[in-house]
Design a protein around this ligand. Structure first.
Ligand SMILES: [Zn+2]
Ligand SMILES: [Zn+2]
Length: 284
């Protein structure tokens, strides 16, 4: 058996090992039980992840062309956000969280009983499959939602247009959304792990991964470690694909994977040789 086969064999055995995550889960449920059972824990987890993941990209945006080492990976060079666009997105995000996310979370706190933490941790295979399953399900739901909100003018103008204020995305634009869109995204992110009967550790991992890939989609940089470059065969869209959606809004409706856009004929690749087309009104 060569070293590549040994590596694959080790990875398969790790994935199927039921007890690999047990020490981590035991540590969490024994030492942080009250925090984990707190009804607002998922909200605190996702909101804090959002700002932590945004910070490095925000720093890249502020440095801009002065940081040539990073700027070489900018998808639309020279089209970074200004201070006023960053402030606008920060303001929209703050407003949405204060007046939508927080009241919805408190309402959920009132009616939802405290969660029971199971003794058994998921296997690594179960956790990985759960995260991928949730991403695929969300990708399908958002693809349909997104397509409808571009094809039906009233839906676009009323709910989705705010997200297309910027044709050159940046990390803080990720949650520069209308309230309806944020509520819908939050609803699926919360409901899907329940429908797929995921372990709580899988659910929280999915939520954090989902926050990261959503920010990465909007970061405006196509780094060598972008998810789309790590996953082969163009299965995953990533930042360059979603950047095209902000430039050519009738393409690339799926948020993460490529297959739905390929099936529906709305897939478009980013090409640096193609003149950049900026559309502020996507209805054609
Ligand atoms: Zn977007
Ligand atoms: Zn859109």
């Amino acid at each position: 058996m060569d070293s590549a086969d040994m590596g694959i064999d080790l990875w398969i055995r790790c994935l199927g090992n039921d007890s690999l995550l047990q020490p981590l889960w035991d540590n969490l449920r024994i030492n942080y039980r009250d925090y984990l059972r707190f009804p607002l824990f998922p909200i605190v987890l996702t909101v804090s992840s959002y700002f932590v993941f945004c910070l490095p990209f925000l720093f890249c945006d502020i440095m801009g062309e002065k940081w040539a080492l990073v700027h070489q990976f900018k998808i639309q060079p020279g089209r970074g956000p200004t201070a006023s666009t960053l402030l606008h997105c920060a303001g929209v995000t703050f407003y949405n969280h204060m007046f939508l996310v927080l009241p919805a979370s408190v309402a959920q706190w009132v009616w939802r009983p405290p969660l029971d933490l199971p003794d058994q941790a998921p296997s690594l295979l179960e956790l990985t499959a759960g995260v991928i399953g949730n991403l695929l399900l969300f990708d399908f739901q958002y693809f349909i939602w997104h397509l409808l909100h571009h094809k039906i003018r009233w839906l676009y103008v009323t709910f989705h247009a705010i997200h297309h204020n910027y044709s050159s995305p940046f990390a803080l634009a990720t949650q520069c959304l209308g309230g309806w869109e944020l509520v819908t995204v939050g609803f699926w992110t919360t409901l899907n792990p329940v429908v797929l009967r995921c372990h709580l550790l899988t659910t929280w991992t999915f939520m954090v991964v989902h926050v990261y890939v959503s920010i990465e989609d909007h970061c405006g940089y196509d780094f060598p470690w972008s998810t789309s470059r790590l996953i082969p065969l163009s299965i995953y869209g990533g930042p360059s694909k979603h950047d095209v959606h902000h430039q050519k809004p009738n393409t690339n409706f799926a948020p993460h994977f490529s297959h739905w856009d390929k099936i529906f004929g709305t897939h478009a690749d980013f090409s640096f040789s193609t003149p950049r087309q900026i559309h502020y009104n996507c209805i054609r």
